[in-house]
Design a protein around this ligand. Structure first.
Ligand code: NI
Ligand code: MN
Length: 231
C-alpha cells in the first residue's frame, strides 16, 4: 500500500506504513499548500529535484525538525550539507538501494543554478532531475520540472510504471499536450498532474488533460491540494 498525498505544485508525500518521503516540499509561500510545514508529522527522506525555490521549499527546516536524510544531486547536496543537513548525494542516471526501496535519479530538461533566488545562502549550479522510485511495491516516477524528451520511453522499458507524476503547467515545463505525449512514452498505468495552477502563468485546464489521458486508455487522477490516493 502506498498513500500518495498532494500538497500543491510539485510537493508530494509518499507513505507505505513504514517510511514517509517528501518530494519537493514547497509549502511556505506556496499559494496552494493546504498545510503549514509544522503540520508535517514525520519525514524520513526528502527528495529534491532541483534548486529552484519552488522545489527546495521548506527542505532545510523540515529536515532539521524530523532528522530526515535529503536526497539530491551532489551539487545541491553540498548546499544542504553546508546548512547542517544529512545528505545522500547522487547524480542523474544513478540509482541506489535505500531502506525504502530503489531510487534512480533520472534526467530532466530544465535549468537551475546561479545566484541566490531565495533568502539564505546561494544555490550552486545544479542539474535538474526526476526520480524513479520503487516504493511500497509500486513504481513511481516524479518527473521534476522538465520538457518532453523521447528517452522517457526507456524509463518503463524494464519495469512498468504504476504512477507518473508529470508537470503540466506549461511555460516552465511541459504543457498538457507534451505531458500527454510523455505519458504515452512512459506507458504509465496512472498519471497524476503536478506543477500547475500555482500562479497565473501556469494555469491549465485539468479536464482537458484528463480527457487526453483517458483517450489513451490510461487512468488520470487529479488531486486537489490536501487530497490523497491509496494505491
Ligand atoms: Ni524549476
Ligand atoms: Mn518549478
Amino acid at each position: 500500500m502506498v498513500r500518495l498525498t498532494y500538497y500543491g505544485h510539485s510537493a508530494v508525500q509518499l507513505y507505505d506504513s513504514k517510511f514517509t518521503l517528501l518530494i519537493d516540499p514547497f509549502l511556505t509561500g506556496n499559494p496552494l499548500a493546504p498545510i503549514k510545514p509544522g503540520e508535517i508529522k514525520a519525514c524520513d527522506f526528502i527528495l529534491v529535484t532541483h534548486g529552484h525555490a519552488d522545489h527546495v521549499g521548506d527542505t532545510v527546516a523540515l529536515a532539521k525538525r524530523h532528522n530526515s536524510t535529503v536526497i539530491a544531486t551532489w551539487e545541491l547536496g553540498n548546499y544542504f550539507q553546508a546548512q547542517g543537513l544529512t545528505v545522500h548525494p547522487m547524480a542523474a542516471g544513478g540509482g541506489f538501494e535505500f531502506p525504502f526501496g530503489r531510487l534512480k535519479m533520472t534526467f530532466a530538461i530544465h535549468g537551475c543554478g546561479g545566484p541566490a533566488e531565495a533568502e539564505g545562502p546561494a544555490v550552486p549550479a545544479n542539474t535538474p532531475v526526476g526520480f524513479l522510485l520503487h516504493f511500497g511495491k509500486k513504481v513511481i516516477y516524479h518527473a521534476g520540472d522538465t520538457g518532453l524528451f523521447s528517452d522517457m520511453r526507456l524509463l518503463s522499458e524494464k519495469t512498468p510504471i504504476n504512477i507518473a507524476l508529470l508537470p503540466i503547467g506549461d511555460n516552465y515545463t511541459m504543457g498538457i499536450d507534451d505531458a500527454a505525449r510523455a505519458n504515452e512514452y512512459l506507458n504509465a498505468e496512472r498519471c497524476i498532474p503536478i506543477h500547475y495552477n500555482t500562479w497565473d502563468v501556469i494555469q491549465v485546464d485539468t479536464k482537458a488533460f484528463e480527457y487526453k489521458i483517458q483517450k489513451q486508455g490510461k487512468k488520470c487522477t487529479i488531486l486537489n491540494p490536501g487530497e490523497f490516493v491509496e494505491l
